[in-house]
Each structure stands twice: as C-alpha cells, then as structure tokens.
Design a protein around this ligand. Structure first.
Ligand SMILES: *Cc1c(COP(=O)(O)O)cnc(C)c1O
Length: 392
C-alpha cells in the first residue's frame, strides 16, 4: 500500500466541502455577520443580498424561480415540511398518501407521523431492480389520494425512479408530487418543470456543500402549492420557515448548487461514472461470486452496492478500515437491523448482511480506486481462507 491516509468512498453519507464553497462562506462568518432581516442598516442589507443571490443559485439548479425556494436545515427538514405541510394544508382534498418501500426514513417516518392525524399511507413495493412498476403505483391511487412522494435517487442502491412519469401521472389527476433529490443533484439533471414536481427536497452536504443547510422548492404557479409551516416565529421565508437565516450556510448552499450544475456539463459526472465502473470491474475480477444489489441500469453514476458471498460486511469493514465505506446505509448500520431498502429488493438475509455501499465523489482518483479494489480483493480472500480453515 502506497500510503496510509484514509480513502473516502462514503459519498452517499456525506461529502467533503469543496474548498471554493468554504472560501465563499468564510466572509459571512467574519466581517459580514449581519442579520439578513436587519433592514435598518448596511450590514443587514449586505447579508440579505448574499441570501438572495444564493436563492437565485439554488433556483437555477432546479430550473425554478427564486420565489419558489425556502431555505431549511437540509433534506430531512425539507421532506417533513413538504409532506406534513402539504398534507395539513390540503387535507380537505383527501387524506391518502402514497410512497415507496425504498424511500428515505425522512419520508417514511413523516408519512407514519401523519397516520396519527388521520391520514393513511400506501407503501408501494419496488421490483428486484429497485425501480417501481408505474402501473402498480397507478393502481395504488384512490380518489382521495392527496400526495405522492418518491425519491429521485436512492441513497443506498442509487436507483433512479421514473420521477418525470410519476410527476405526469400526478399532474393529470391533480395529486401533489414531492420528490427528494438529495442524492441526485450534481449527478443527473433535476428540473422542476420536466419532473412535474410540486415540492422538491434539496440538501447541500451530499453534493460537496456544508451540513445543516438545504432547501424546499414549492411550486408557485400552475398550480400554486399551499403548505403550512412546521416552525413558527419571526415569519422568515414568507412565514414557511421562521428562524434567523444562516447567511454563511445559505451562501455555501448557493455556491454548492452552482458547482453541482457545472458538474453535469464539465465532465465530472462522466469521471465519477468511469471510477465507479473501474471499481466494479476490478471487484468482479478479484472476488468470485460478487454481485450487485439493484440493477446497474437506471442507477446513479457514482453508486455501487455489492454483496460478497459468505463475507460478513462488518468483519470486512474492520479489515479494510483505511477505506471509509458503509455496510448497508449509514443510518441503518448503527442498528443491527438489515437495510429496509435491501429487504424491499427481495434480497436474502445473507445478501443483506454482506452488503457494502461505495459512493464516488468529486475528489476521488483512479489511484484510490485501484488501491481500494486491491485491498478488498486481498481481505475478502483472507476472510474466505480463514472461514475454509475453520470449516465454515
Ligand atoms: C442524506 C439524505 C437525506 C437527509 O438529508 P439531511 O440534509 O442530512 O437532513 C434525505 N434524503 C436522502 C435521499 C438522503 O440521501
């Protein structure tokens, strides 16, 4: 091994903040610390101007108008605001929600919380590929269906759902459509109009921005979407999200969105995909029987999720500690319950307990990928040899 510096391939859990983003944020922590709501002096105006520029940048990333962007603390809050907010403000139209078995916990738990308020949720299964069958989704629709929420790109297996088609289905029937694009931005095009989306959850820290900042897109026209607030107070963000705006975080989110949009054009996405494919090819060569979870088609360009026969993922991660990757999803792996996403694919108990998730990011290199493939190949062989010796 060339060096012992850690190699970070857990970019679905979080990402390194781009140094250009850090540089843009710092002045708003030092000299430009005014409150954007202070309308009586220049320090407030300066901060407000920075916030509004960032709002333009976030809006541009998803083809929206800046008036449609509400700043939040991240995708968890955005999704809660979208689902709880839309359901509570529109319950006279119906109290039925639809989502998928492979959704992020933010969505599943927000829907579950609404059940206590009299709403009902249908959780539609996915196919072995990880993708929902559109006809099955359509069959779940009832006259009282108010909202459908579908994750654009899954955070464990990278599946890309047919969100534009789902959005069209919703639009035709007057159902609100929410999509969480936390993993998708900077990897695949995300356009509010093309997706027929009414509500879109965005977060900075999955695309080389800071943690603790995100946004919710709320459609303002054709049709205008009504949601109610979760956080009450000073009336910031048109009353939809009170609390002093975190200027430095918002500036960081804005720049993060600028670079995410650029990544779709400047070859960065292709580079990530090439690295992911290089890793997958090398692992297939080195590890007999290795299999991919989910389908390689309709998948994020930077995601790989594999299962290795008879090699417990926790044991393997201990042996490959230099490399930061996850077994299952980061959230699920602190508990010992297998990932609900892998379960929804119909994988076996063994496949769930031998799953490893790799996520390539902006700063990974070919050398790192080659080192990781070699290290995993070596350690898998060692664990399997030990198991054979013990007669397992
Ligand atoms: C990380 C993630 C979230 C949570 O975002 P936070 O900004 O950490 O709250 C939600 N959805 C998906 C798909 C994610 O990957």
């Amino acid at each position: 091994m060339a060096s012992s510096a850690p190699i970070y391939l857990d970019n679905h859990a979080t990402t390194a903040v781009d140094p250009r983003v850090v540089a843009a944020m710092i002045p708003y922590l030092t000299e430009h610390f005014g409150n954007p709501a202070s309308s009586g002096h220049a320090m407030g105006w300066f901060a407000k101007e920075a916030v509004e520029l960032a709002r333009d940048e976030v809006a541009a990333m998803v083809g929206a108008s800046p008036k449609e962007i509400v700043f939040t603390s991240g995708a968890t809050e955005s999704t809660n605001l979208a689902i709880l907010g839309a359901a509570r403000a529109n319950r006279h139209k119906g109290q039925h929600l639809i989502t998928l078995a492979t959704e992020h916990k933010a969505t599943l738990d927000a829907c579950a919380a609404l059940e206590e308020e009299g709403f009902e949720t249908t959780i539609v299964p996915v196919q072995a590929s990880g993708i929902v069958d559109l006809e099955e989704l359509a069959r779940a629709i009832r006259p009282e269906t108010l909202l459908i929420s579908v994750l654009m790109a899954n955070n464990e297996i990278g599946s890309l759902q047919p969100v534009a088609a789902i959005g069209a289905l919703c639009r035709e029937r007057g159902i609100l459509f929410h999509t969480d694009v936390a993993q998708a931005t900077g990897k695949v095009p995300v356009h509010a109009e093309a997706l027929n989306a009414d509500l879109i959850s965005i977060t900075a820290h999955k695309m080389h921005g800071p943690k603790g900042i995100g946004a919710l897109y709320v459609r303002r026209g054709r049709p205008r979407v009504k949601i109610s607030a979760l956080i009450h107070g000073g009336g910031q963000e048109r009353g939809l999200r009170s609390g002093t705006l975190a200027t430095h975080q918002i500036v960081g989110l804005g720049k993060t969105c600028v670079y995410a949009l650029e990544a779709l054009e400047n070859g960065e996405v292709q580079e990530m995909k090439d690295l992911r494919d290089r890793l997958w090819n090398a692992l297939q060569e080195g590890i007999p029987g290795v299999q991919v979870n989910g389908s390689m088609a309709n998948r994020l360009p930077n995601n790989l999720n594999i299962s290795i026969p008879n090699v417990d993922s926790k044991a393997l991660l201990m042996a490959t500690r230099r490399v930061a990757v996850s077994s299952g999803s980061a959230c699920a792996s602190s508990t010992l319950t297998p990932s609900h996403v892998l379960q929804a694919l119909g994988t076996s108990y063994t496949e769930q307990h031998t799953a490893i998730r790799f996520g390539v990011g902006r700063f990974n290199t070919e050398e790192e990928i080659d080192e990781v493939a070699a290290l995993f190949t070596e350690k898998v062989a060692a664990i399997q040899a030990m198991e054979a010796e013990m007669g397992l």
